[in-house]
Every structure is written in structure tokens, then in C-alpha cells.
Design a binder for this molecule. Structure first.
Ligand code: AQP
Length: 342
């Protein structure tokens, strides 16, 4: 096998299934924007087909898809520089996912912690789509030959599986066709935690809205949620080691660091010794100053439905121009008659 050179290309996606929250912003969106530049071609997607692995009301799914698109743009994504679209408009994702369903092993899927968490005790009743989700995610990435995938830490296992699928496909067919993708997990807040329980990640599906900061929250709601966030009675330490065994304190410091583009060590050098009564208002002020412009721009864009739909349609066209030839080559490798004729 010869070493193939792949174009440096970033792919990532967000499910339009719930409210965009601070975890999505710091773990994903903000970093998507940071990667937009001359170094990479950037491809970002609202993964609506992933969203329906659990029940979604159709009207709400349409609304959330447009809302996430508005969130991308309001956070600084430029739809001319990046390719921005919703997954279902590019059928090559599901076509490649079928091939990957035949590459991935059932045992690999059974090890996925997200499936276990989401299916819970009632796994027999979960959708087959929820089980096969990581094969579709691998297809989302590899149908663009993406080399880099920025995600939050919770997606690490799915990205390892994506690498396993690429390696097994290349091995089984004796090719060097799919890149072994690099996960890009980093920044000061790769896993933003629940504001009420520092052992659980901030999530759109938590029944309590007080556990998360939504991108659409107003200044009062943000301040209230931070004021009521669980903490401990001690003052903040001056060094990162002092955050060990203090998950809630660490979470708030990491959020502050990520929002102010600093490291946790730099933040603690500034706020070490302060009580939460003093630190929380600082954090609230920072969060409001960073998030308010994004939420007002999101609200404005949500009034421009036709513009959003046009951006998604144009993005899908550009995405298909990359994905279609890669799918055709995959079909040829696999032995499908007629592949390569279109
Ligand atoms: N808490 C988080 N901290 C850092 N990054 C996070 N991401 C999600 N939650 C956090 C990252 O956001 C991107 C999109 O995630 P997704 O569409 O897969 O949504 P999710 O993981 O399903 O998000 P939720 O809110 O936690 O939904 P539920 O409750 O359904 O599981 C990904 O890059 C993810 O890592």
C-alpha cells in the first residue's frame, strides 16, 4: 500500500435535537470557528439523521435544524468559507453508512458507552438506528476524507471507532483509501459539566434547565443559573492541582478559562483565594458578554428562514461535490457494478 496524501479537511456536526448549550459552544462550535482558515477546508453539518435515532417531533426538528444553523453563523462561522448544511440533504452519508454497517462488528457497537447511556435499561426497545449511530458518524466523517474532527471529549470513543472502521476497510480491501482521522479534542473545556452535578456532562437532554446554559438564554437566566450552580464552601485555589476532587469548582474555572481564551492556570493566578460569592458574578458577567451577542444574532437569523434554507441548500450542493466521487470510488473498491458511471 502506498501512503496517500489527503487534503487537510475538517468535518464535524451537531445534532439539531435540543437547545444548543454552553457545552456545545465551548466543546464544539467555538472550536469549529477557530479552525476556519487557510489551513483546512471546513465542513460542518446539522446531523438531523442522527437526531431521529430518538423520537423527534417533525416540526420541532425543522425548527431546531434552522436554529442550530443560526447558532453556527452567529458564533462566527462564515457559510462562504465553511461548507454548512444538514445531513439529510447529502444522501452519500447514509449510502456510505450502509457499507460501514458491513465493516463494523456488532461487538464494537456494544462497547459504545453513549449507546449504553442513552438506551439505558431498556436497550431492547432502543431503535436500531441508535445502535448503528457510530457507523453513520464514521460515514459522515469519511465521506469527506476528513483528516481532522473537532469534538467534545464525550465523542472520543466514537472517533476511535471511526478510525477502526477506516483501518478495517483499508485492510479488508487492500487499499489506502480512507484516512485515519485525527480527533481534535482540546481547549480548556473539552467536557463542560452539568451545573448541578460536576460528575455529569452538560447535556441538552437533562430534564432540568438549571443544569445547563442555553445559547438562547438571556442575561438574567445566565446570571441566575451561575449563581445557583453547585459549588463547595472553600475558596478557589491558586493552582490547578488544588482543583482535584473539586469537580464543580474545576468546571466553573474551566468555563471561565474557555470563555476568556486563557488556561485554567492563568485564571487561577488571577482569581485564586476568591470565594465563589465573588467569582460567580465575574463568571456571569463574562458569560453574558460572550453569549449575548451570539443569542441576539441567532434570534435575528431565526427570522430569516428563507435565507437559512438557502445557505443549507447551497452548502449541501458543495458538500455533495466532495462526497459523491468519494462514495463512487468506495463502490468501485467494494465491487458494485455500475459504480463510476455517473
Ligand atoms: N458538555 C459538553 N462539553 C463539551 N462538548 C460537548 N458536546 C456536547 N456536550 C458537550 C459536543 O458538542 C458537539 C455536538 O454534540 P451532539 O450533537 O452529539 O450532542 P450531544 O453530545 O448529544 O449533546 P447533548 O446535549 O449531550 O445531547 P444528549 O443529551 O442527547 O446527549 C459534539 O462535538 C459534542 O462532543
Amino acid at each position: 500500500m502506498t501512503e496517500t496524501q489527503f487534503t487537510p479537511r475538517v468535518f464535524s456536526g451537531i445534532q439539531p435535537s435540543g437547545n444548543l448549550h454552553l457545552g456545545n459552544y465551548l466543546g464544539a462550535l467555538k472550536r469549529f470557528v477557530d479552525m476556519q482558515g487557510p489551513e483546512f477546508q471546513t465542513v460542518y453539518c446539522m446531523v438531523d439523521l442522527h437526531a431521529i435515532t430518538v423520537w423527534q417531533d417533525p416540526d420541532r426538528l425543522r425548527e431546531k435544524t434552522r436554529e442550530v444553523c443560526a447558532g453556527f453563523i452567529a458564533a462566527g462561522l462564515n457559510p462562504e468559507k465553511s461548507i454548512l448544511f444538514n445531513q439529510s440533504q447529502v444522501p452519500e452519508h447514509t449510502q456510505l453508512a450502509w457499507i460501514f454497517n458491513c465493516i463494523a462488528r456488532i461487538g464494537w457497537m456494544q462497547r459504545m458507552t453513549q449507546f449504553k447511556d442513552k438506551a439505558g435499561k431498556n436497550a431492547q426497545n432502543a431503535s436500531l438506528g441508535l445502535f448503528a449511530y457510530p457507523a453513520l458518524m464514521a460515514a459522515d466523517i469519511l465521506v469527506y476524507h476528513a483528516t481532522h474532527v473537532p469534538v467534545g471529549e464525550d465523542q472520543k470513543q466514537h472517533l476511535e471507532l471511526t478510525r477502526d472502521i477506516a483501518i478495517k476497510f483499508n485492510h479488508d480491501y487492500g487499499v489506502d483509501f480512507f484516512p485515519v482521522t485525527e480527533p481534535v479534542i482540546g481547549g480548556p473545556a473539552p467536557r463542560v459539566m452539568n451545573l448541578r452535578d460536576g460528575s455529569r456532562k452538560m447535556s441538552s437532554s437533562d430534564p432540568s434547565d438549571m443544569t445547563r446554559i442555553n445559547m438562547t438564554d438571556d442575561a438574567d437566566a445566565i446570571a441566575k443559573k451561575i449563581r445557583k450552580a453547585k459549588t463547595d464552601p472553600d475558596a478557589l485555589p491558586s493552582e490547578v492541582d488544588g482543583l482535584e476532587d473539586r469537580p464543580e469548582a474545576r468546571n466553573l474555572v474551566n468555563i471561565y478559562a474557555a470563555l476568556s481564551d486563557q488556561t485554567a492556570a492563568q485564571v487561577l493566578a488571577e482569581v485564586g483565594g476568591k470565594q465563589f460569592g465573588e467569582f460567580k458574578p465575574m463568571l456571569a458577567e463574562l458569560a453574558v458578554s460572550k453569549l449575548s451577542p451570539i443569542s441576539s444574532e441567532m434570534a435575528r437569523l431565526m427570522g430569516e428562514e428563507a435565507e437559512i434554507d438557502q445557505i443549507l441548500a447551497r452548502g449541501a450542493e458543495r458538500a455533495r461535490a466532495i462526497a459523491a466521487p468519494i462514495l463512487q470510488q468506495t463502490y468501485e473498491i467494494v465491487g458494485m457494478v455500475g459504480a463510476g458511471r455517473s
